[in-house]
Design a protein around this ligand. Structure first.
Ligand code: FAQ
Length: 330
């Protein structure tokens, strides 16, 4: 389908003016495809991201910790739903996206393919993984696509609680017994490098960044966001009295930034190609959960039919009519 040069020029002028693009607006096909790719990957990350933390719900060390972890995992499920709903406004169904995840043909964040071996890992995930997610997502609150940007505003508010919850777990461990302190340090040692990988390849190796920056889908590059995360987290590690596991990490007065060693990109590539420590386990768990949820989808369909709300999709609770006045997040 050919795209009209005048429509493209009008679209680009709107992007330049910082207008939000809404579901019913004309948009280039490649812009639509890029958003579907990114938003669906993001949604899958939230959903798969429940697994490493869900692993500790039954073993949280106190009722207070269990309640807050449970609430956090529920929040991640909600984020997945807002994001699937935002992607649906672009003309793909949630069933199709979930089908891609379960078939193993969709990406989700590399970080969720690492195991949570100790309670310290729950602290590190909240502190580092949610910390990295917030840095990335604050930039996405200004994304040119309205439903995605609005979903991000709510998600960021919730993630900031998660980050504090994680930091507080780390602080408690770091100020605890020598064993607890060692547990916190071990968690930081294992999660530091994978957290840096969350921001994606270096800008020069990122095939999508240039175009996504031009379209204002991405507002800062992978390396800019990663640097911001490092600068912020080094100070927080100092407060915790923990050591970042990078012997090359040093403050560079000329740039005003902390500079560290190189990420192991071979490990990153292995993880995103399905060969990380937990990739197979994560997909197996998602497939089982989907199968076990079949009766819920069936009940929802029967309810919708009985009440005359026949829809193509059973995801009625998250479906967003593609009209600008219907925002994903109120
Ligand atoms: N993992 O050209 P780029 C969370 C892929 S936070 C896996 O740079 P782009 C909250 C990339 O998809 C985590 N794949 O691509 C939470 C592309 O593959 P493709 C989720 C990665 O899109 C906390 C290829 O490499 N956050 O869930 C990764 O411009 C705690 C080339 O890369 C988001 O998804 C990676 N780390 O930039 C939940 C944020 N990095 O599609 C539970 C939204 C790159 O060509 C507990 N997404 N790839 O096959 C983004 O900001 C961007 O998509 C990037 C990648 C920055 C991730």
């Amino acid at each position: 389908m050919g795209e009209d040069a005048a429509q493209t020029a009008r679209f680009e002028a709107r992007i330049a003016r910082e207008d939000k693009i809404e579901p019913n607006d004309w948009m280039p096909e490649a812009y639509r495809r890029t958003l579907i790719r990114q938003i669906s990957q993001h949604a899958h990350s939230e959903v798969v991201g429940m697994l490493p933390e869900g692993n500790w719900i039954t073993r949280a060390p106190s009722l207070r910790r269990k309640a807050s972890l449970l609430a956090k995992v529920e929040d991640e499920a909600g984020h997945g739903l807002y994001l699937y709903a935002a992607a649906e406004t672009l003309g793909i169904s949630r069933e199709e996206m979930v089908g891609q995840l379960l078939a193993g043909t969709a990406r989700y964040s590399s970080i969720f393919n690492y195991p949570t071996l100790t309670w310290g890992d729950i602290g590190a995930v909240g502190w580092l993984v949610d910390g990295a997610a917030i840095i990335n997502q604050i930039a996405l609150c200004r994304c040119s696509y309205g439903p995605y940007a609005r979903a991000m505003i709510r998600i960021c508010k919730e993630e900031s609680f998660h980050q504090r919850q994680g930091f507080e777990i780390m602080l408690t461990l770091a100020r605890g017994t020598p064993e607890q302190r060692a547990m916190a340090q071990d968690a930081l040692d294992r999660w530091w490098w994978p957290s840096l990988m969350m921001f994606g390849p270096h800008d020069a190796d990122s095939p999508h960044s240039d175009q996504s920056m031009k379209w204002k889908i991405k507002r800062q590059t992978n390396d800019e966001l990663r640097q911001h995360f490092i600068d912020m987290t080094v100070k927080q590690a100092e407060v915790l009295g923990l050591a970042i596991p990078d012997p090359e990490l040093a403050y560079d007065a000329a740039s005003g930034h902390w500079q560290g060693g190189e990420i192991d990109w071979a490990e990153f590539r292995a993880v995103i190609s399905g060969n990380g420590p937990c990739n197979r386990q994560r997909l197996k768990q998602r497939r089982a959960a989907h199968q076990q949820g079949a009766w819920v989808r069936e009940a929802a369909r029967a309810y919708a039919e009985k009440h005359g709300r026949h829809r193509q999709s059973t995801s009625f609770e998250t479906r967003v009519a593609p009209a600008p006045q219907n925002e994903v997040v109120a």
